[in-house]
Design a protein around this ligand. Structure first.
Ligand SMILES: Cc1ncc(COP(=O)(O)O)c(C=O)c1O
Length: 382
């Protein structure tokens, strides 16, 4: 049985054009970009070109792009490279654990952190951010789009505030790469994280945009690669593949967003017809590919396993926490931690390039049966 993959926020496949762009850098132009000979220089040129392509998309200078090994690494660099003992960071309570756990680590080292609470739709307001600013606020770090419920935060307005108040602003744009405006001048950000494995690029590559005015310290030490900020031999094929994937994604964005929004809205409409079902996150201010719903009286994990048997791959939330029994911190942030059952019953359906309306129709039929079957044997569903 062929599986229908509806978990594109966890990761995407590598598209064939991307794979093709990478191949020669594994076995033909395999030199170290730091070497002075021809094979090394060819590799260096490939990275330079990838940096240029990426910078054009972000509307920044190539020197402001730092290639890393993942979204998590870029986020760590942006936060740990800026905040020191006595500084204050503003973030939200629905960030990815790459942000939350880094902030918690820094709290133990004398950094103060404010975790802004989101509203029931998963959103924060620029006013909340402005009110939280203190004399020692050094950094604001807020995700562009949430990885579990797909809601889109008002980044550009928050950026206006941070500029006015001369506070560094980083956005985690890992989920935004294919769908949202990446022009850093429109977004008013000083730093922005992207990763390759969410945009049909290879895994193990990330990127941090760092505005040239930002005084950032390296968090790893070694060679002088990547403007001295990220030591280690560059992942040449990965970087080439990442830039190729971003470029193709940008070209397809407008048309693909409309197509996905149609399927997303159909799914939301049909899933909400199942009784005692809730949509998590704002219905419109969300990524075109994200649906996140909670079903009363059933466990998200049970739904996922049954759907998998029937050929549909979805998830309960972040792939990074799927092995933990703790219910989603994002869904709990929407309704309060006393409503853990809503978080327990949530599933995330994330669409991609190969998802069709027909897939969505079949999915709706199957999930209706799965939910009613599980509710029949549920001790908690009335
Ligand atoms: C919003 C967000 N931030 C950070 C990350 C971490 O990225 P990576 O897995 O590349 O380290 C992810 C990946 O799931 C994400 O969705």
């Amino acid at each position: 049985m062929e599986s229908i993959y509806l978990d594109h926020s966890a990761t995407t496949y590598v598209r064939p054009e991307v794979l093709k762009s990478m191949i020669s850098y594994f076995s033909e132009y395999y030199g170290n970009p730091g070497s002075m000979h021809r094979i090394g220089l060819t590799a260096k040129q490939a990275i330079d070109t990838a940096r240029k392509i990426t910078a054009e998309i972000l509307n920044c200078d190539p020197e402001e792009i730092i290639f890393t090994g993942s979204g998590t690494e870029s986020i760590n660099m942006a936060i740990q490279g800026i905040a020191e003992r006595g500084d204050h960071i503003i973030t939200t309570n629905t960030e990815h654990h790459a942000v939350l756990h880094t902030c918690q680590f820094l709290e133990k080292r004398g950094v103060e952190v404010t975790y802004l609470p989101v509203n029931q739709k998963g959103l924060i307001t620029p006013e909340q951010v402005e009110k939280a600013i203190k004399k020692n606020t050094k950094l604001i770090t807020i995700a562009y789009a949430n990885n579990e419920i797909g809601v889109i935060q008002p980044i550009s307005q928050i950026g206006n505030i941070s500029k006015k108040r001369k506070i560094y602003f980083h956005t985690d744009a890992c989920q935004a790469g294919l769908y949202l405006d990446l022009n850093i001048k429109n977004l008013n950000v000083d730093m922005m994280t992207l990763n390759s494995s969410k945009v049909y690029g290879p895994k193990g590559v990330g990127m941090l945009f760092v505005d040239r005015s930002v005084k950032i310290r390296p968090i790893l030490f070694g060679g002088s690669q990547e403007q001295g900020l990220r030591p280690g031999t560059e992942n040449v094929p990965g970087i080439v593949g990442f830039a190729t994937a971003l470029k193709i994604g940008q070209k397809e964005k407008q048309k693909e967003n409309i197509r996905l929004e149609n399927i997303r809205d159909y799914l939301i409409q049909e899933l909400l017809k199942i009784s005692d079902t809730k949509l998590n996150g704002d219905p419109k201010k969300r990524l075109p590919n994200n649906v996140n719903v909670s079903f009363d009286g059933v466990e998200g994990e049970s739904i996922i396993l049954r759907l998998d048997e029937k050929g549909f791959c979805v998830s309960t939330g972040s792939a990074c926490t799927s092995r933990s029994l703790e219910p989603s911190h994002v869904i709990q942030a929407l309704y309060g931690s006393d409503k853990k059952e809503i978080a327990h019953g949530s599933i995330r359906i994330t669409l991609g390039k190969k998802t069709t309306m027909n897939n969505a129709r079949n999915f709706v039929e199957v999930i209706k049966d799965v939910v009613s079957g599980l509710r029949e044997i549920s001790p908690v569903y009335k």
